[in-house]
Design a protein around this ligand. Sequence first.
Ligand SMILES: [Zn+2]
Length: 195
Amino acid sequence: MENDRIEAYRGSCVCGTGEVTIKFYSHDRARLTKSRGFETSIRCVSCRTEYDIIEQNNKFVFVRKSDVKQKQALWSQYWQRSEDLLKTAGTRKLLSDLETFLDTQSSAAVCHRLLRAYDLVHESYATFRKRWNGGGDWIRSHVHASDLDEVLELLGKKDPKISNQLSEFEALLQQHKAPLPIVGKPLLNTSPYRE
Ligand SMILES: [Zn+2]
């Protein structure tokens, strides 16, 4: 029964001339919740060109391929702009100020407390201390563009240029995360297949 495939759905494609199936893999036929993944297929050339079947909010649904592409493009834009923001002179100066600020604190424990208070650290002090090797090292491996608002707050600074960019990114990210428009009715509810 290793990696068994079980047909969970069979129905017609969007145009109605072909067939779609959704199968899931399981180690155990008796237990749906042992699902290890799904495999979808659209047996219709024109629907396969125009649509994808994706899992969204615990349901398999038809969406337009063009919408999927757009979603990926929003993510690339978000990523690229975050990278660009990290390279600007304003950000580099801010992070260098953060480095000085951290390196002039009396101990790693104080740094941990401060970073935690501004939501820049989520790990326990024990974990933080093990990896702590100075402000510069920590910034390089932990600070992302999306953290810059918190860094500004921690240092008691304001930088409208950075903050405006951040709200623009946030908008891109929200657009990226928004569910795609569904074509037709949902095909399969996947909740019973998940733990
Ligand atoms: Zn079709």
